[in-house]
Ligand binder design. Sequence first.
Ligand code: ATP
Length: 237
Amino acid sequence: MQTNIPVFQAQKLTKQYGRLTALNGIDLVVNKGDFITIFGANGAGKTTFLKIAAMLMAPSDGTLLFNGKLIKEADNNARKLIGFIAHDTFQYHNLTARENLRFYGGMYDIRDLDKQINIRLEAVGLLKRGDDLVGGFSRGMKQRLSIARAFLHNPSILLLDEPYTGLDKNASEMLNSLLSSFNNSERAGIMTTHNLDQGYDIATHVAILHRGKIMYFNKTKNISKNDFSKTYSEIVG
Ligand code: ATP
C-alpha cells in the first residue's frame, strides 16, 4: 500500500517570458495537511508559479504531479482537485453571481449544484446579491465571489493568490474562518501574500520566493514570526 504520496509536487519548474526567467527551477512538495504560504516581493514569480500549478499556463520546463501522477498537459481530473483564488477573477460581468457559479459548477460534476451555490453564496455574504450582475459588483464583492467559486467543488488543494486583496475586515475574517474549516489532514493549500501576519498565522510552512527561486522553506513550528520576518528582510532586502 502506498502512503504519503504528495498531493502536489513541482519539479524543476521553469518559466521564461521571452528572455526573462520568471521561475528558475522550482521544487516544491505539498503533502496532505500542509498549508504553505509563499512570500516574495513584487515580480518574484508568485503569480506565475500559481498559474502553472493551476494548469492555466504551461511551464517552459519542469513537471507537475498531482497525487503522484505526472501531469503532461491540462488534465481535467487534476483540475477538479484544485480551487484557485486569483487576481484576475475569471468572471463573466454580463452574468449574475449565481449564473457565474452555475456556469463554473457545470464543468465539475457537482451534486445538488443549486443548493451548493446557495451555501457558498451565503458563506461569502453574497446570498442577497446572487441574482445581480457581476458587472455591478465592487472589487471586494468580486473577490468574495471568487472565493465562493474556489470552494464550490470542494477541492483537495486550494491555490490562493493574494486572496485578501480588496477584502474588508469582515470579509477577511470570513476568509480566515473558511480556511480554518478547509484546512485538515486531507487537504492542502498554497497561498501567496505580502501580509506577514495573515500568511504566517495560517501556514504550516513558509517559503520565500526571490527572483524566481525558492530561497527559504521551513515549518512555521521551527521558526517564529519575528525570526521569519528578519530572514525575509535578509533575503529580499
Ligand atoms: P506581484 O507580487 O507584483 O504580484 P509576482 O511575484 O506575482 O508579483 P509575477 O506576476 O509572477 O510576480 O511576475 C514575475 C516576473 O514575470 C515579473 O518580472 C513580470 O514582469 C514577468 N511577467 C509576468 N507575466 C508576464 C507576461 N505575461 N509576459 C511577460 N512577462 C511577464
